[in-house]
Design a protein around this ligand. Sequence first.
Ligand code: AMP
Ligand code: MG
Length: 491
Amino acid sequence: MLSLRSLEQLNFDNSYARMPEEWFQRTRPLPLKDTHLISFNARVAQRIDLDPCQVNPDQLARYFGGHEALPGSSSLAMKYTGHQFGQYNPHLGDGRGVLLGEVLNQKGERWDLHLKGAGQTAFSRFADGRAVLRSSIREYLASEAMYGLGVPTTEALCLIGSEEYTSRLGMEPCAMLCRLTRCHIRFGHFEWLYYSKRHDELKQLADYVIQRYFPDCQAHENPYISMYQQVQTQTAYLVALWQAYGFVHGVLNTDNMSILGETFDYGPFTFMDHYEKDHIANKNDDAGRYAFSRQPNIVHWNLACLAQTLLPLVDRASLEETLETFPQEFEKQLLQRRKVRIGLQASHVNDADLIDRLWTLFAKHRTDINRFFSDLTDQQYPLNLSQSLDQHTQKEPVAWQQWLNDYQQRITLEASSPPMRKQQMRAVNPRFILRNYMAEEAIREATQGDYRLVNQLLSVLRNPHEQHTELNHYQDAPPDWAAAICLTCSS
Ligand code: AMP
Ligand code: MG
């Protein structure tokens, strides 16, 4: 029988704080002025055995607004480095966040609590250490949206507002977000120890990661290559999901890559309203290094950066051999993720061709892919350009009807009945996706002190496959003004 706890009773066991002192700066969050609770996620609270009935808004605003330390926590800012836009930057680290500690729950899982926007640390360089309400709401909602879609992600326990302001797009209110994930170790943690030639400590970090996240690797002849293989596999799975849902991360620097293959460090991300292969989410990314279609290659490049750091522990040939398998691994995952979105479970020779033709049509017509898949899920057979599909296909009805005919023929080879298939498709085709304009609306209202939409969207995105009567208009096509939304590194 699991028993739930209050915030004061959380079972902290801070293993990272027991690692070498040079790996972090021991520091406390700097409180924000006049903090208040904006939102609390009771689902996420269960991760740490926290009883939602035993928390109150004032207490959350105190602990997660940086005013008071949670009993048992041992806060620190982690040191890491990384490649930013292709260049190695040795001066990184938690510049505006602190790891409060790790909670060991009754299932034996270890969850990191990290407070983002917690003020300056030794790694802040010239910046203010703060996060603004706008970007914090985006991360808060995106974490739940990814969870709802079944895409690996960090999560968020609560969002705290304040009366403190800082300069971004003009003066903006500051906020703090409590991020929960099993892992705050980035590719950049390995890069730091490798490039500063601390190879004994590199081994110590790898041993820590293996013990904590990849214990099966211990039985392998070389646990480090086995660990690398698992990181690569989980990362290939992640990026395949991004590509299948039209998600653009925006800033795929190696310091934003979790070694657990979770979507990590939300900034100027976008779920595309209209499919565009070369969509650039981040206005600051002039060269389009992190454009949608480049994500798999960039992630491969980032994995090469990680592999490089393991050279003191693994022979080069094994690393290169594994790294070479990434494109294949990714393509296999991508095909699978795309297939299930159109309800294909079995394998047939022409599947890849059928899928490619569909995505070519998407690119040609800038299809709203997430609405397309949702509408396709609701279709009756035989398929035709009925009203609900017509809105996606009207630009080239002949080509679309041809594709639908071939698809329908392919469907006859499936063992599943139409109702079963509909159920399978609905499970991977959400009715709701976090579009930029939805986040913008929630931000606009929150800036006026009204947090209802943040909280409503949180529950919609947690269960995006269900109907949500009062918010069903978010299933419709986005408004025209959505196209003008501009995201930057400060988003
Ligand atoms: P990001 O672009 O959020 O992934 O951050 C890249 C690096 O800049 C990390 O080392 C961050 O900790 C740091 N950083 C970003 N924003 C701030 C800020 N407002 N204050 C201090 N450090 C920051
Ligand atoms: Mg980052």
